[in-house]
Ligand binder design. Structure first.
Ligand code: SF4
Length: 451
């Protein structure tokens, strides 16, 4: 008796096989998608712009919040309906039973960062071309972001165990990339025309902890695999370098002088999540927040144009009105320039589900509105203070108004922060960095023209 494979026979398209990609979730997931796209192109696959033109669709999912899981399951369903041949990867892939139950027709499921497993699944269901043209792939890899900025992922996973977060369960403990690899990738990106590097990870300030800050040599100089050396190395590349997901560990203070010198963009994305000691304890957040306010005020004295972005959760189990007031005072006093605010969600498998004193939805809603009001005022004050100044602006692209371009100052990361609308700017192109006179502002955005 012979055994037949249960998997459907691989498709053998006449031309280069085409794979469609749906990338959901955070910038870290986007970087995973870019790596997969790079591998696919290196092996001679083409990337299809839509479901219809694809021989197979890869869905890179997000499983962080319940709403993201629903979105991921919806995207898988849409891909199955429109195309039929679907491979699932990413964070939700760590829970194959959830996907199989909702969509039994998916061809294969792999978890986050399982690049080899994804490629194996693609090979199984879509035969790779015989002669891959390695030269189809630029040295800097293939990217899903516009040409002038790029995400640079420095590590995978996380050693912390914040009670509301399931990322360590999905992605495992911290694994840092060797610093010379990261710096070389940064250099290749810059050579390929990137003007702004966005450093991402789950916990950027913990970089290198898992490898005991192993020293490596890059361009003849020794760099330790740690946050400060990373900032120095990337700072030497001469482009805007933005640090995301930095926790306020004491050693972050050492990076501030690099900002003062202009080596690193004066921008810190620090996901504080809260300011009340009681709530932070229940959240099991890393890094002590004592004296955080004092340190921020000192950072601002050292680097007056420093912009701080953060995210916060309101309505965490046990959050009292007093805790919430502490949070609002913190936003006002620390002048958190850009803030995302989320109402606590009872994420499946998160430890915080079992905490006592869950907050009613209407209280979360009310606190969220109060938070946004305070934040809008802080943001509007910052925006108003920019009127009459001249700022460096990186151009992202045209707006809907003829002659007007949209760009960002150093205080704003792409996708998540504010923008600058520049009049009389049709001669500019994406990636140009120009001096602009700021003439007006609203709560978040700025308006001006090239100086
Ligand atoms: S630091 Fe906390 S919130 Fe961030 S990924 Fe790690 S466990 Fe999750």
């Amino acid at each position: 008796m012979t055994t037949a494979s249960l998997a459907p026979a691989p498709i053998r398209p006449a031309k280069a096989p085409k794979v469609g990609i749906v990338s959901l979730g955070c910038p870290k997931a986007l970087v995973d998608s870019e790596r997969i796209v790079t591998r696919l192109r290196a092996e001679g696959y083409q990337i299809a712009p839509d479901y219809e033109g694809a021989d197979l669709v890869l869905v890179n999912t997000c499983g962080f919040l319940d709403s993201a899981r629903d979105e991921s399951l919806g995207a898988i369903g849409e891909a199955i309906e429109s195309n039929g041949k679907v491979i699932v990867t990413g964070c939700l892939g760590a829970e194959p039973d959830v996907i199989e139950k909702a969509h039994p027709k998916v061809l294969a499921i792999t978890g986050p960062q399982q690049y080899e497993a994804v490629m194996d699944a693609v090979h199984t269901h879509l035969t790779p071309p015989h002669n891959p043209h390695m030269d189809l792939v630029p040295e800097s890899g293939l990217r899903l972001t516009p040409r002038h900025y790029a995400y640079l992922k420095i590590s995978e996973g996380c050693n912390n165990r914040c009670s509301f977060c399931i990322i360590p369960k999905l992605r495992g403990d911290l694994v840092s990339r060797p610093i010379h690899h990261v710096l070389t990738e940064g250099e290749q990106l810059v050579r390929a025309g990137v003007k702004e590097l966005l450093v991402i990870s789950q916990d950027t300030s913990a970089y290198g902890l898992d490898v005991r800050y192993k020293p490596e040599v890059w361009r003849g100089t020794e760099y330790q695999t740690r946050f400060l050396d990373l900032a120095k190395g990337l700072g030497s590349l001469g482009v805007w370098t933005r640090m995301h997901y930095v926790y306020p560990y004491p050693h972050v203070d050492n990076v501030i002088p690099l900002m003062a010198e202009g080596l690193i963009t004066p921008y810190l994305d620090i996901p504080f999540q809260h300011a009340s000691a009681n709530v932070l304890k229940a959240m099991k957040r890393p890094a002590k927040q004592d004296k955080v306010l004092e340190r921020i005020l000192q950072w601002r004295r050292d680097v007056p144009d420093l912009a701080i972005r953060s995210t916060f959760i309101v309505g965490f189990p046990g959050e009292t009105e007093g805790d919430f007031e502490i949070l609002l005072d913190f936003i006002r006093e620390a002048k958190i320039d850009r803030a995302g605010c989320f109402k606590y969600e009872n994420v499946a498998h998160a430890d915080s589900r079992s905490l006592p004193d869950h907050i009613p939805e209407e209280v979360k809603e009310e606190r969220w509105h109060r938070f946004m009001e305070v934040q809008a005022k802080v943001s509007a004050d910052r925006a108003a203070a920019q009127i009459g100044t001249v700022q460096d602006v990186i151009i992202d692209g045209p707006s809907d108004t003829p002659g007007e371009m949209i760009g960002r100052t150093k205080a704003d990361a792409p996708e998540v922060d504010a923008v600058v609308y520049l009049d009389d700017a049709s001669h500019l192109k994406p990636g140009d960095i120009v001096s602009a006179s700021i003439e007006d502002a609203d709560e978040y955005d700025l308006y001006g023209r090239p100086a």
